[in-house]
Ligand binder design. Structure first.
Ligand SMILES: [Zn+2]
Length: 667
């Protein structure tokens, strides 16, 4: 008789070993955190003795589930913003809230909550990617769970680093402190190709290789990402990532939704582990990962929940079921991805994808004792058939729920017995989480109060307050402006021809805010030479009217428009939208010792007849404004413009008016 610590006795043991051995009634003997023996119940009883023998009859005994991709601390952001497109969700909500709130204590608390949820549904190991990953690691280790913890690296400032150099330093430091821990495997987490750079990916790969730790990255999650990548780099994502040496490391690639056959072969060739996230992909409408094909090729594909803010839970049972169901539907083949394979993906497949299958993923002697006991005696999991061994997998994957998990052990330590958590205080954790939710609510309510604050949180905004003396004139046709300006007292500094596509978002707020998205194309011989995209929040007040011009004070918040018009539309949710397209001939001139901008605009949309002549100049003082108003009067004289031709409206008002007239005419 050999003494062991615990014997799990009498359950249906799904070993998930190479032969998928099923032992029923089986038993597992555990000693010093390691699986000592797995066998039929009577064999184990004959050879081993333990102080603690747990009766598992009526239950399945399976390897602890492995969540191959998540962002654990995001339990604190669950339900914050849903039913949005990925970019709006991520850039508009998650990242700004994270920048404001994510601190080590936030990550620690969020991770402990995640651990409670994961233990409750039989997960004993997860691959994480977040900020302050040392807090994630610490919270996980204290809960007694296992994790591959990747510190996130981005090309822009993150909650835990001002620059990516700092991020890399932080990651190195984190790896040095946690490498060799019995439960935590530190890792490097360059977020995604589109949020990093070639240089940054190379540095991450180097770091992962130096310490022989995994590298966790999002790859090809959306079709848009793939399209943008191709446009920017002229090649698909996978070969480009490969070029940065990333696949020399032990890679965990999350999503891999939009890959071609060649890219899958590249991943296979480099032993890249894939984390399939069915719920997240469905919820964000990212698409269907070619999972069946990847498995056919022999890729190691695990299953992940993704973060609890985009799923919205950490229940691997739902993921297993969805992975199986989706694969069938997508391939029109009900035999695709059977239950056993789904459970394998959530156990040994996940371990392989995380590059730690030597230690976990199956119930085999010598592996760590990470085990879940699932009670299959509930009404929704009955009856039990024994004719076909596949029946157990079908009961587990298609009928069982996370709440059927009765006992959970990680590294031989009990985390949950009879559904009672042993290492975590759920009540205290949820109470603390409620306090943080209130603070985040307040932050977002304040932010949503004005268009300006919404603009400010998405970044790179410069404020300008300008005073401008301006006149706008409507002319029935083009003025031969070069000819008229061709006189010695006027110096034309810089003429240019542009095409401007303006979209104005109108808001029903006290500031009558108007946000302009401008696509400004510089033309040369009719060809586009350059295009600039800008976002400008304009509020303006009319300070004073002169004979032929007005003094405007504008406060403008100006930012490069780095995202699509669609993004801004979904993020800002304007009450109305007006499009103005125009061809602009712009002249910078000097007259009377002052610089003026003269614009000749032909409005293409809406169809406004004639051209609009605009003359304007910056001003800093009243006297200055008065002097400039006079000069504008002189310029108008030189251009032979009549007084009745002045207009005082902005194009956007003219466009609204034109639309209204058009509608009336149509009626
Ligand atoms: Zn993710």
């Amino acid at each position: 008789m050999t003494d062991v610590d615990v014997i799990l006795n009498g359950g249906s043991v799904a070993t998930m070993n190479g032969d998928f051995d099923l032992l029923d009634p089986g038993a597992v003997a555990v000693r010093d955190g390691v699986i000592e023996a797995v066998g039929l119940a009577d064999q184990i009883a004959a050879a081993y003795a333990a102080d603690e023998v747990v009766d598992c009859s009526g239950c399945a005994v399976i390897p602890g589930l492995i969540n191959a991709h998540t962002h654990a601390p995001m339990t604190l952001l669950r339900g914050l913003a849903d039913d949005l497109r990925l970019d709006v969700w991520l850039m508009g909500y998650m990242m700004p809230v994270e920048l404001e709130f994510v601190r080590p204590d936030f990550c620690w608390l969020g991770t402990q909550l995640a651990c409670a949820e994961m233990i409750r549904s039989g997960t004993t190991c997860f691959a994480d990617m977040y900020y302050y990953e040392e807090a994630v690691a610490d919270a996980t280790a204290q809960a007694g769970l296992r994790a591959v913890c990747a510190e996130t690296v981005l090309r822009f400032p993150t909650p835990d680093a001002q620059s990516y150099d700092e991020s890399l330093e932080r990651t190195r430091d984190f790896i040095l402190r946690w490498k060799g821990h019995p439960l935590i495997m530190p890792a490097v987490g360059p977020h995604a190709p589109y949020t990093t750079t070639a240089k940054l990916l190379q540095a991450c790969a180097q770091l992962a290789l130096e310490f022989d730790v995994p590298l966790h990255i999002h790859i090809a999650e959306t079709a848009q990402e793939v399209e943008d990548h191709r446009a920017e780099y002229g090649m698909p994502i996978v070969p480009w990532v490969k070029k940065q040496n990333v696949f020399e490391a032990k890679v965990i690639a999350a999503h891999c939704v939009h890959l071609d056959e060649g890219e899958m072969h590249t991943l296979l060739h480099h032993g890249v582990g894939v984390a399939h996230n069915p719920t997240s992909n469905l919820k964000l409408a990212s698409g269907f990962a070619p999972v069946v094909r990847m498995l056919e090729l022999g890729l190691n594909v695990g299953i992940g929940t993704d973060g609890p803010a985009s799923n919205n839970d950490l229940d691997m049972w739902e993921e297993m079921r969805l992975a199986a169901l989706l694969a069938k539907c997508v391939t029109s083949d009900p035999t695709a991805l059977p239950a056993r394979q789904a459970l394998a993906m959530a156990t040994i497949g996940g371990a392989r994808a995380l590059h730690i299958d030597e230690h976990i993923g199956s119930l085999e002697p010598g592996k760590r004792a990470d085990i879940a006991v699932v009670d299959l005696r509930s009404v929704h999991t009955m009856p039990k058939f024994t004719r076909d061994s596949e029946a157990l997998y079908a009961r587990l994957v298609y009928a069982a729920k996370g709440s059927d998990v009765r006992d959970v052990m990680c590294q031989g330590q009990w985390m949950m017995r009879e559904r009672r958590l042993l290492t975590l205080d759920e009540q205290a954790l949820t109470a603390e989480a409620a306090g943080i939710a209130r603070k985040i609510d307040t932050f977002l309510i304040q932010r949503e109060e004005s268009v300006l604050s919404k603009l400010l949180v998405i970044g790179q905004v410069a404020q300008k307050k300008t005073f401008e003396i301006q006149v706008k004139v409507h002319l029935s046709d083009h003025v031969p402006i070069e000819g008229l300006l061709d006189r010695s007292e006027i110096v034309i500094l810089k003429p240019s021809v542009r095409r401007q596509y303006d979209t104005y978002f109108l808001f029903d707020d006290p500031y009558r805010s108007r946000l302009r998205y401008r696509e400004d194309e510089l033309l040369e011989d009719g060809q586009v030479q350059d295009a600039v995209y800008r976002l400008t929040l304009i509020s303006e007040t009319r300070e004073r009217e002169y004979a032929m011009s007005v003094l405007l004070s504008r406060s403008r918040f100006d930012a490069p428009a780095t995202r699509s018009l669609r993004f801004y539309r979904e993020y800002f949710k304007p009450v109305a939208e007006v499009g103005v397209h125009k061809e602009r001939r712009r002249y910078r001139v000097r007259y009377g010792g002052t610089d003026f901008a003269i614009n000749l605009d032909r409005i293409v949309k809406p169809e406004l007849p004639g051209v609009f002549l605009e003359i304007k100049s910056r001003t800093w003082s009243r006297q200055d404004a008065e002097r400039k108003a006079e000069l504008i009067g002189e310029l108008l004289g030189l251009l032979q413009v009549q007084e009745q031709e002045f207009v005082r409206e902005e194009y956007v008002e003219l466009a609204v008016e034109a639309e209204r007239l058009g509608e009336e005419a149509g009626e």
